[in-house]
Design a protein around this ligand. Sequence first.
Ligand code: GDP
Length: 471
Amino acid sequence: VAKLFKKETADVIKKLLFLGMMATINQEIDTDAIELLGGEYNIEVEVRAPRDEEAEDMLVEEEDPSILVNRPPVVTIMGHVDHGKTTLLDAIRETKVTATEAGGITQHIGAYQVEINNRKITFLDTPGHAAFTTMRARGAQVTDITILVVAADDGVMPQTVEAINHAKAANVPIIVAVNKIDKPDANLDRIKQELTEHGLVAEEWGGETIFVPISALKKQGIEELLEMILLVSEMAELRANPDGRPRGTIIEAQLDKARGPAATVLVQNGTLKVGDIVVAGMTYGRVRAMVNDRGRRVKEAGPSAPVEIIGLSDVPHAGDQFVVYDDERKARALTEKRSNKLRAAEMGAQTRVTLDDLYKQIQEGQVKDLNVILKADVQGSVEALRGALEKIDIAGVRVRVIHQGVGAITESDIILATASNGIVLGFNVRPEPNAGKMAESEKVDVRLYRVIYTAIEELEAAMKGMLDPEY
Ligand code: GDP
């Protein structure tokens, strides 16, 4: 694409990043992405080739609005640690499930459904925004409503703010459950005041956010909270076609010793039935059995229903989307095509540039410029380091600073390094915990320095093949 557009590859990759696509130099991008890029560069793009069959299959078909019916909302509970998320999930389950069904045993399958006023609500059973974001990173949007739990005796904490930002980024409405109101030092108004600063203004204060005071421990306010969920879901007009092509998202999956791969899926459209051929991420199979959240065997599951399915050939990932095929051969072919693509991507990842084998990669012609993402504690250091780095020229290989900034090394720095096959240099800064983990899994070389001179020296040594290996 870069050649076609007569642009620098790194520039195209950067543009893609700004468009929200994590692309690497040897990755296929679809025609939609190329059209978007064309828009960015003011180049007219005409797509002539037939579109990818796989992409077509994953495309959510436009359903005729007249056949759509209401579906239950899917709710995720988020909030700071110890504010009562797990207690709330248990309280809802106990008040609504065990009580109404004589001897009903709830089974942990990663999600459960409750009924109130003859209407259902689906809860995802993994509290916290980690699961939420992992799924979103895989392109899955399953949550319709977020319950933000804030302890009335503790107030807005860092993870509260993170949860708000995650929900906002996903455009998911938030209901605030002010928990632990049974405590003597609980202060509802203080919570409302604190959340105002994060854009959540209570209805009674002229805003649009619903606040429900609850005690998850004493099971107070649970009914009110559920009613508010129904109210918000009505406004959101959540609809699906129970007769459409079944599709949805993997919520959880593991290998069961006796039954083989078991996956909890959330059906988002259509009705999933025993016997259906399902493709999920890199795996496929015929649904042999389905179990609902009450541990009962069921024959079918409609929109917003969580069920555990048995019959996939392998364990899919949480966040993978599934879709039903009527042809087993086609399902297998698609799965194979996907794993080939993944293998190709992994091969790409293995040739990622690192200082330790930079010299070898230069010799082999794999690296022509060393792409660097530069982070430092103050702007002055950024400028000084950049100036010094860009003076390096060893046997025609130069250092190119493709991004620079002040502050800790973030996930987006790592993404950029992955996408442009570069390394990250930190000067008096450290990676944020998530960025550190990501760098490890993506095999991005992150180097931290305190002295500019050391950084320059090490880079030069690496380019000449004279760097002492790190142990
Ligand atoms: P999580 O980390 O957000 O899942 O929080 P937990 O549900 O594990 O709750 C943390 C602690 O707060 C536990 O000791 C709970 O018993 C307690 N807790 C949760 N809800 C309430 C409540 O409504 N009132 C009181 N007093 N304690 C609660």
